[in-house]
Design a protein around this ligand. Structure first.
Ligand SMILES: [Zn+2]
Length: 92
């Protein structure tokens, strides 16, 4: 049974795309929740949760809901390049 569940989760992960998550967020079918971690970047970005499950390998800006592909091993460099001055309410 366990292997069946892991298999299913793997398949679900593969079909999730950034565009889908942005669509879910815009329709309130997904929510941005606090991400674990010590970095102050997690005050600005959060994990994305849909149907009470956190979607792995993606994070979203709490201010403008832009979605980024994110793996912990890649670090937060790409998130720090996020454009806060594009008219949204994010910190500079
Ligand atoms: Zn933003």
């Amino acid at each position: 049974m366990l292997s069946y569940r892991v298999n299913l989760m793997f398949r679900l992960q593969k079909i999730v795309s950034k565009a889908m998550i942005e669509k879910w967020l815009s329709k309130n079918k997904a929510a941005i929740v606090d991400h674990e971690g010590k970095s102050d970047i997690w005050k600005l970005f959060g994990a994305v949760e849909r149907e009470e499950k956190v979607i792995s390998n993606f994070v979203a800006c709490k201010a403008c809901k832009k979605v980024y592909a994110f793996k912990p091993i890649d670090g937060t460099q790409s998130l720090r390049k996020h454009n806060w001055s594009a008219g949204n309410s994010g910190p500079v």
